[in-house]
Design a binder for this molecule. Structure first.
Ligand SMILES: *Cc1c(COP(=O)(O)O)cnc(C)c1O
Length: 412
């Protein structure tokens, strides 16, 4: 039965083949063409090195101002050592989802360490920050519920809200009065939840979490923040936005990522013990998808060690940020409203921003141009991501390149 062309397996394959001859996804050709016409088709650069202050991009050695590697941990020797040791001890993969085949001691240790670091009761790790949002929002909220969401919240929050089927009421960006109005107008629901990014990645501005916490307290509404760009950046020793505003105990759910400042891969939900207990039962990405690898987890634990041992990297990140922003302002650039190491260099129209980015690259600097619809019309920019890995010399070279390209293009 198992041999020859008469086997069910083979005949199925043959049938499949003949059907493949008609192109049933021809519609995609039009969709791709439309993206290109609208200028929305992304070209993805190829990185041929580890992530550091200098990277090889499309075969060229350039200064790296593109990555979310805030603390320079993506190629940290101690973390690499920890990852290698974990591979020797635990292997390369977890081999199944945690709720079915059991969970490795390493993952539990990471969660304990993250909870201590964040000064919360408990934490649960996920495959990514994106997955953490897809887990926690639908697990807590349903059709009878309402979510108040900052209008500029991250895509993973938007998708988590959609999956929950709750009503979503968007409030104006960073506007506590707008939230208050929304909250007062929407009272007939089973449960209510306020969600905001901690740091917004396009402008580098910070959510007014203290004011949102007051509204949450007044109205008895749960409060959640996604601190992907604040983790390892804001607060004492990089403990995040809750620490920055000293709101310990007043934010019910903190989502974090291990793929930005932590330099590795993964995400987590930190907060009340009950939230984590519930997610172990009902968080779908936890229940139906395998965890990150032992090497990832061990590297993350080593990152927590580094952050707890010393604030040196976080301090250097901020020194670099202050220096770079001040010098860019001196050169005549507008660096927007950023309060964090995310530094938008405002250029106005998208064609100038894209031309600017290309010229920076020719001069040896890698930094991304952002235009409509990623950012509003007329607010096109180069987004400069600072890192503790940049040396004084790197920053000065970058400033020299910005000056030259700024003068050549008439931007300054
Ligand atoms: C980057 C980001 C994420 C996704 O994190 P990953 O770990 O890369 O999946 C989620 N939320 C916010 C606000 C982010 O900036």
């Amino acid at each position: 039965m198992r041999q020859g062309s008469a086997s069910p397996l083979n005949s199925g394959r043959e049938k499949g083949k003949s059907k493949m001859a008609q192109d049933r996804i021809a519609f995609l050709a039009e969709d791709i063409e439309r993206l290109k016409e609208q200028g929305l088709y992304i070209t993805i650069h190829t990185i041929g090195s580890s992530q550091e202050a200098w990277v090889t991009v499309d075969g060229k050695r350039v200064l790296n101002f593109c990555a979310n590697n805030y603390l320079g941990l993506a190629n940290n020797p101690k973390m690499k050592e920890a990852a290698k040791k974990a591979i020797d001890e635990f292997g390369v993969g977890p081999a199944a989802v945690r709720s079915i085949a059991g969970t490795m001691t390493l993952h539990l240790e990471l969660e304990k360490r993250l909870a201590e670091f964040k000064q919360v009761e408990d934490a649960l790790s996920f495959q990514s920050g994106f997955n953490a949002n897809l887990a926690v929002i639908p697990a807590l909220m349903g059709r009878e519920d309402v979510i108040f969401s900052d209008e500029l919240n991250h895509a993973s929050i938007i998708d988590g809200c959609r999956l929950s089927r709750a009503k979503v009421v968007r409030f104006k960006h960073r506007d506590a009065d707008s939230l208050r109005e929304a909250v007062e107008g929407e009272t007939q629901y089973r449960r209510r939840l306020i969600i905001t990014d901690g740091v917004f990645s396009m402008d580098g501005d910070i959510a007014p979490l203290d004011k949102l916490a007051d509204i949450a307290d007044e109205h008895g509404i749960a409060l959640m923040t996604d601190d992907a760009h604040g983790e390892g950046v804001l607060g004492r020793g990089g403990r995040g936005i809750v620490d920055h505003f000293d709101l310990h105990g007043r934010v019910d759910i903190e989502v974090g990522t291990l793929s930005k400042a932590f330099g590795v891969m993964g995400g987590y939900v930190a907060g009340k013990r009950r939230v984590v207990q519930w997610l172990r039962q009902q968080g779908r990405p936890f229940l139906f998808s395998s965890a990150v690898t032992p090497a990832d987890v061990a590297a993350c634990i080593a990152a927590v060690d580094l952050l707890e041992e010393s604030t040196e990297l976080v301090d250097r990140l901020w020194e670099n940020t202050r220096y770079f922003k001040a010098e860019m302002t001196n050169l005549g650039f507008d660096t927007g409203q950023s309060e964090t190491p995310i530094t938008p260099v405002m250029l106005g129209e998208a064609p100038l921003a894209f031309e600017f980015s290309k010229r920076l690259f020719d001069e040896g600097l890698f930094a991304m141009a952002l235009g409509f619809p990623t950012v509003p019309r007329g607010k096109a920019r180069i987004r400069v991501m600072l890192s503790a890995s940049h040396s004084q010399d790197d920053l000065d070279q970058a400033l020299g390149i910005f000056k030259k390209v700024g003068q050549d293009t008439g931007a300054i």
